[in-house]
Write a protein that binds this ligand. Sequence first.
Ligand SMILES: [Zn+2]
Length: 113
Amino acid sequence: MEKERGRWVCVGRLREYPQTIGDLEALLGESGPHFELDGWMWCGRCERAYPVGEIRVMKSGPGWGYYEWALECPTDGCPGRRADWYPWHPNELPRAIHAGYPAVPETGARYPL
Ligand SMILES: [Zn+2]
């Protein structure tokens, strides 16, 4: 998997791709939680929160593989992908079990489960 991951290149942040923001399903070719661009996401791998627009947009190398596009967690070195993320919402993890977590999180701050 590491060799395969090396073929992905970060081509920007999600906020730089307004034409794709409302259509994450098409971008990824898979289903998952719904995110609003002006909202926040929490990554279950690194347990950090970010504005949705900070999500890294990845593109695979020429002729490589079926998944031409992917989204990756903003934390350096975190392999978190969409399936690992939750909208920052009181009914979603981790806020559902940590009522004291703020309504607006600190960018990149760790909020343990
Ligand atoms: Zn992460």
